[in-house]
Design a protein around this ligand. Structure first.
Ligand SMILES: Nc1ncnc2c1ncn2[C@@H]1O[C@H](COP(=O)(O)OP(=O)(O)OP(=O)(O)O)[C@@H](O)[C@H]1O
Length: 359
């Protein structure tokens, strides 16, 4: 659901800002180092309660200050408007949604599904399997209701098994975790499998309009050899797990690898094609989510001109607008963004952390 208002204080170089947002298209224009990415980072933080730039979250607090505060109004189709507020300081953070304390971060992720396209997005192709798992699980989390609880059960069993491996407990103690681990793993595997088969038609339709890559396919690896089964694999690798002190097989090692003519696509495609492919993947997820949940997502696109050429910018924006996504696009040059007449657009100028709407 879109944000209608956003207020920020002491977030990165933004001392204070109050923004009335467009439900569809928000363009953020400013010179290098002015604070454009910081604004996207703040919106991302509202939904994910983390940054896409750093793990050191205290870095988000403006230098010389002790806290940052973000307050957003969300247009909620069921309840009207809800307020989401996050304040972070030296003693931790408080999160409130609709006047209530937030108990699980998943509540925020559900209320504010956010997709990010930025210069790091190519890590989905170029980085290790964890980037592709994160991509995959974003989608499964949003469209498969049982995923989150299965993931929690799995994470708990994995943590216990790893602790048992590290502290040199008996094989019997370690094996005691196998049934819970395998049961949750199988649920995750089947939900991921189902999600991938639903997603692929959307990926193909986006590829057809964005990038010409006949022969592109995907290989899903669940994180263990399927023919052997997870229980037998854990058993067979127990000595090796004991030596290393952690569990080497399971859904936490899954991968979804794009292949071109049988080899990893990253080996064969240009940088521009990588960006088009990543855009197609993110769009496909948003389309499937819209189809299944009737819920549009927010798209944060950092430095759109650096990501795509003019023709592809136009096509990606058209598809996103057709999806009723709320867009936040940054650029140093407003002329580099295709204009879409009739769009309910707002443009903001940023200079040294000060944000002002351009009318
Ligand atoms: N905690 C902080 N306190 C104050 N200023 C900060 C903090 N963290 C980063 N900055 C500054 O905020 C400024 C804005 O950075 P940001 O990455 O948002 O700029 P940008 O407009 O996206 O730039 P570019 O176009 O170069 O990507 C930078 O000058 C940076 O040094």
């Amino acid at each position: 659901m879109p944000l209608t208002r956003l207020s920020l204080s002491h977030f990165r170089n933004i001392t204070a800002a109050e923004l009335e947002l467009s439900p569809r298209f928000n363009l953020i224009v400013g010179a290098n180092g002015s604070g454009k990415t910081s604004l996207l980072e703040a919106i991302f933080y509202l939904g994910r309660v983390r940054s896409f730039r750093t793990r050191k979250l205290d870095q988000l607090i403006q230098g010389g200050e002790t806290h940052f505060r973000l307050i957003a109004r969300l247009a909620d189709p069921d309840t009207g408007e809800r307020t989401l507020g996050i304040e972070r300081g030296p003693d931790g953070q408080t999160l409130r949604l609709g006047g209530q304390p937030v108990r699980q971060l998943a509540e925020l992720a559900r209320a504010l599904p956010i997709q990010l396209l930025n210069p790091d997005s190519h890590l989905i192709l170029e980085g290790g399997p964890r980037y592709r798992r994160r991509f995959l699980d974003w989608g499964v989390f949003h469209v498969e209701p049982g995923f989150y609880s299965a993931w929690q059960r799995y994470a708990k069993a994995l943590k216990q098994r790893n602790a048992a491996l590290r502290t040199g407990r008996s094989r019997r103690d370690i094996a005691a975790w196998t049934p819970a681990l395998v049961q949750a793993a199988e649920v995750l595997h089947s939900l991921r499998n189902e999600y991938i088969s639903e997603l692929l038609p959307y990926v193909r339709s986006n590829l057809a309009s964005l990038v010409d890559l006949p022969g592109l396919d995907f290989r899903y690896q669940p994180g263990w050899p399927e023919e052997a089964g997870l229980a037998a694999t854990l058993d067979a690798r127990l000595d090796s797990d004991l030596r290393r002190g952690f569990t080497q097989a399971g859904p936490h090692r899954a991968d979804l690898l794009p292949l071109l003519d049988g080899v990893p696509a990253i080996e064969r495609i240009s940088r521009g094609q990588q960006k088009q492919l990543v855009s197609a993947l993110l769009l496909a997820q948003a389309e499937l989510m819209m189809e299944k949940n009737r819920q549009p997502c927010l798209f944060l696109i950092d430095d759109l001109p650096a990501e795509l050429d003019m023709g592809h910018r136009q096509r990606v924006l058209e598809r996103l607008l057709a999806l009723q996504s709320q867009l936040y696009i940054t650029t140093t040059d407003a002329d580099a963004i295709p204009s879409s007449p009739g769009m309910d657009a707002r443009m903001f100028h940023v200079e040294q952390g000060r944000l002002a709407e351009i009318r």
